[in-house]
Design a protein around this ligand. Structure first.
Ligand SMILES: [Zn+2]
Length: 140
C-alpha cells in the first residue's frame, strides 16, 4: 500500500514526504470519498497525528493539480475534493453537507443554452440538493 502510494506520488512529480504519504493513505484507501481539508485535519487528529491545516490545504491542492483528485464546484465557499475521477453527479444533503455520488448515466440534460461568445462547453455537473422530509407535517 505505502509503496504504491510512494510510487504514484513520484510518478506525479510529488516528493513522497511523510505528510503527503499520510494524507494519501487516508484518502486513497478503499472506497471513493469527498474530503475537505478541515475533515481531514479532524481525522488525522483522531488517529493521533498532527499536520498543520495549511499543509493539508496545500497537499490537497497539489494532489488536485496532479490529477489525483477533482475539486468539486457548485458548493459555495466549501472546498471539497473528490477521489472519484470518473465523470458523475452528486446528491447534496443540505442539512449535513454530505455528498453522495450519482452515476453520470442517471441524469439526462435535455436542453442547453447558447454558449457565450468565445466559449465552448466544458462539462455539466449537477448537484441535486436534498433534505429529509419534514416529520412535523405528519401530525397534522
Ligand atoms: Zn463524487
Amino acid at each position: 500500500m505505502s509503496e504504491h502510494i510512494i510510487e504514484t506520488l513520484r510518478e506525479k512529480g510529488l516528493r513522497p514526504t511523510r505528510q503527503r504519504i499520510m494524507i494519501a493513505k487516508m484518502i486513497f484507501s478503499g472506497k471513493n470519498r469527498h474530503v475537505s481539508p478541515e475533515m481531514l485535519a479532524d481525522e488525522i487528529a483522531e488517529a493521533g497525528g498532527h499536520i498543520a491545516l495549511g499543509t493539508i490545504y496545500n497537499t490537497l491542492r497539489q494532489f488536485s493539480d496532479a490529477g489525483l483528485l477533482t475539486q468539486l464546484s457548485g458548493l459555495g465557499d466549501r472546498l471539497v475534493y473528490d477521489t472519484n475521477l470518473s465523470f458523475h453527479h452528486h446528491f447534496l444533503d443540505v442539512d449535513t453537507g454530505e455528498l453522495t455520488d450519482v452515476p453520470a448515466g442517471q441524469i439526462a440534460i435535455s436542453g442547453m443554452p447558447h454558449m457565450p461568445d468565445g466559449f465552448s462547453l466544458d462539462a455539466v455537473d449537477v448537484t441535486i440538493r436534498i433534505k429529509h422530509q419534514s416529520k412535523t407535517t405528519s401530525k397534522l
